[in-house]
Design a protein around this ligand. Sequence first.
Ligand SMILES: Cc1cc2nc3c(=O)[nH]c(=O)nc-3n(C[C@H](O)[C@H](O)[C@H](O)COP(=O)(O)OP(=O)(O)OC[C@H]3O[C@@H](n4cnc5c(N)ncnc54)[C@H](O)[C@@H]3O)c2cc1C
Length: 400
Amino acid sequence: MIDFELSEEHKQVEQMVRDWAAREVAPRIHDLDREHRFERGFLKGMADLQLLGICIPEEMGGAGMDYVSLGLASEELEYVDTHLRVIMSVHVGLNCMTLMCWGTEAQKKKYLVPQAKGEKIATYGLTEPNAGSDAVGIQTTAVKKGGYYVLNGEKVWISLADVADHFLVIAWTDQEKKKQRDHSGLSAFIVERSFKGFSSYTIKEKWGILAGNTGGFSMDNVEVPAENRVGEEGEGFKVAMFALENGRYTVAAGATGLVRACLDASVKYARERKTFGVPIGDHQLVKEMIAQMVSDYDAARLLWLRAGWLKNQGRRNNRETSLAKWFSTVASERSAADCVQIHGGNGFSDEYPAGRFYRNCKAAVIYEGTREIHKIMQADYALGHRQDKPRRIELPAYQR
Ligand SMILES: Cc1cc2nc3c(=O)[nH]c(=O)nc-3n(C[C@H](O)[C@H](O)[C@H](O)COP(=O)(O)OP(=O)(O)OC[C@H]3O[C@@H](n4cnc5c(N)ncnc54)[C@H](O)[C@@H]3O)c2cc1C
């Protein structure tokens, strides 16, 4: 039987995150956004709520909740501001969940446990100045020397670049395969900020997610212990794609929260603002924009919930997660644009949140697979050009 009801536990998580974000973040977000300021105190708040290890088993330092809870938290966080959900995407989705599945026991103990407890913050480094969608175009190399790999390269557009302690880095270990663009020459590594030769910076010219930290990092002959390789040598591409499947899920749920934020702000304004003697919500063309947000919200929510349900069952969800991510991010862009429109001239001012929503929505249409990449994936599944092959490591089903 199909059940569309959230469990009591789910409702509690949703309410807990909603209350915290409304209390601690909402009153300050306007100023933090205007000042381009990342508030580290929010990491502590999220850690206290166990959000930074929400779906990581308790024995690995996490809260032991299911993947739907991860989605609910992501939706509630982005309802208040995108940068909070970005923390969930890179720290939990891309990094912790990857270590949970691909990490050795020693890696879990050393890196995952403190991350899941929120004592250490983690992110993901795939993108480089000349390669984003084209992941095999990256140039970072990892050359084995005794018990170490020596990493050299530049990563850019990295969320939490100046904040994180640990970085999941993709690099070429096979230089012949690099020339041939054969992704079986890539490997994944855990790099610590404290390693010699590592340096990071913040991108100052960014125009959205202004309360978040985004930057880049360089690795100049960084010696990474061989035991920090994640997966086998040559499995880096698989690790990177596995990570993205979970990161995308949080992006999908988060963008759904942004649609709801646009809807709520639009409804409020449409009831208050009057033109031609009536509230603007009485005009059919304004109603049309609001109706679109309503349908986008429900469709986006159903799509990410289905992906979460599949994850809970331990079933493959690449196609469904990609569809949820594509749909919800594009829907959030549409909603944010209409939210500004409904606010008229006031939508063009940061006195109202509509402008922040509009700036924040765009990056999610670009990262974790651009709109175009997801369209191609969906068409390829439909055309039979793409099929999910069995993997050595899968996300485990949720076990209470
Ligand atoms: C705010 C922000 C945070 C980010 N955080 C991270 C992070 O934490 N870690 C990380 O590794 N990366 C991160 N990224 C990087 C992000 O994942 C990349 O920007 C993204 O993958 C796109 O790569 P690109 O910028 O190189 O664009 P390109 O790949 O150069 O694409 C440019 C355009 O060409 C289109 N295009 C490319 N190839 C095709 C094709 N085959 N068919 C049709 N169209 C195509 C794209 O859709 C896009 O419209 C972040 C980006 C942003 C903006």
